[in-house]
Design a protein around this ligand. Structure first.
Ligand code: SF4
Ligand code: SF4
Length: 305
């Protein structure tokens, strides 16, 4: 099986997949059946998560406030539905060409309740939608940030995932023990709507690893005009916040402190970030917001260099 895993990784990389992680059944013990991938394929032995990066340039139009549509294509819908879907599907076919069943699973929001009725035998009602944030940690690719988003060491928050379940028994990827988020709270300072608490937190435990996440008022994020995008599958589910001001500001900080392996010649933020708050002028910014939204991100609070 070691040879098969190496062949799968080689095929995936050649086909343009940026991230690939493996997790055995034990890493999903205790996960509710309605979100458990092994409820979809009970004889599966391995969950494979495959990811492609969200290119940094797809956030540029939102950072400048001059183009919001292209992120939704290159950073979200096309990336998830076309580019990544095709690579993930090619990999399922490769695995099946090697004699093992491979079940592709789309990243639907896991908080959507089942819409059907159980067919019996204690089976969960359809549709089972696995929790991809959980899977990103369980497959050793990510940790969960204070901002509530999975961060990889390669791209931080900038990736999308698809899942493949297979009855091939493939060795699990070691869990990512280094937390990419350092708990700096700049995401909370950057939010013009005060949606992320700096004091109130919750603890999320996945595969024995504990993550501190700020309490986030998602009702504010759903109305946010600073780059957040309403969930395209279910308006009541969490919005996409990768391109939102909170997360773009975080990205600047991650890059500045060298936390990511995907690096760039030039910084991302060149000038004060625009924001739409209560009065649409940015004049209602707190000192903390003014500091973190400056043209040059600075943890010391200095701006403009
Ligand atoms: S801004 Fe700081 S606290 Fe917030 S998610 Fe990024 S690294 Fe974590
Ligand atoms: S999505 Fe908008 S409202 Fe929500 S935390 Fe980010 S900046 Fe604030």
């Amino acid at each position: 099986m070691r040879e098969l895993k190496a062949k799968i990784v080689e095929f995936a990389k050649k086909d343009g997949i940026d991230l690939i992680g493996f997790a055995d059944r034990s890493r999903f013990e205790g996960v509710a059946a309605k979100n458990n991938p092994f409820a979809i394929f009970p004889e599966a032995k391995t969950v494979i998560l495959v990811g492609k990066r969200i290119c940094r340039g797809s956030l540029r139009g939102i950072e400048e406030g001059t183009n919001f549509g292209d992120y939704q294509l290159f950073g979200k819908n096309w990336l998830e539905d076309e580019f990544l879907a095709l690579s993930a599907y090619n990999l399922t076919n490769f695995i099946e060409s090697n004699g093992w069943e491979a079940t592709p699973v789309f990243p639907n929001p896991s908080d959507i309740e089942p819409s059907g009725v159980s067919v019996g035998d204690g089976k969960p009602a359809p549709n089972v939608y696995p929790d991809f944030d959980y899977a990103a940690v369980a497959t050793g690719l990510c940790t969960i940030s204070y901002n509530g988003i999975p961060f990889s060491k390669e791209f931080g928050s900038r990736q999308r995932f698809h899942m493949i379940l297979t009855d091939a028994e493939l060795e699990s990827t070691p869990l990512l023990t280094e937390n990419i988020c350092n708990g700096c709270r700049s995401c909370a300072d950057a939010c013009p709507l005060g949606a992320i608490s700096k004091e109130e937190t919750e603890e999320i435990e996945i595969c024995g690893m504990k993550f501190t996440v700020g309490k986030i008022d998602y009702s504010k994020c759903k109305l946010c005009e600073n780059g957040a995008v309403v969930n395209r599958f279910s308006a009541s589910s969490k919005p996409d916040r990768v391109a939102a001001l909170c997360n773009r500001t975080c990205m600047c900080g991650l890059e500045e402190r060298g936390a990511l392996t995907n690096t760039f010649e030039n910084k991302f933020r060149y000038r004060d970030a625009w924001s739409i708050g209560k009065d649409n002028t940015g004049m209602d910014r707190s000192d903390e917001q003014a500091n973190v939204l400056g043209g040059s991100f600075s943890k010391s609070g200095k701006r403009g260099h």
